[in-house]
Design a protein around this ligand. Sequence first.
Ligand code: FES
Length: 76
Amino acid sequence: MIVCVCRRVSDQTIARCARAGMAFDDIQLELGVATQCGKCESCARSLWDECRPGQSVAHLHRDDPLAPAQPTLAMA
Ligand code: FES
């Protein structure tokens, strides 16, 4: 999905840059996100914030097949 229409920058590109550790300012300089009309800035910043390293993984599903197994209680 295109997030920044003015610069044709997708959500995947922003996420990839965020995961690589780029600051939002660096993404703006590199890709031009939110540097023209500015209407995409809120969405782009939210996406960057969700994807940058060190963020909570609370958005992952508990039934994620790659998640470690949860201990189960035995019923007597
Ligand atoms: S939509 Fe991103 S600057 Fe206009």
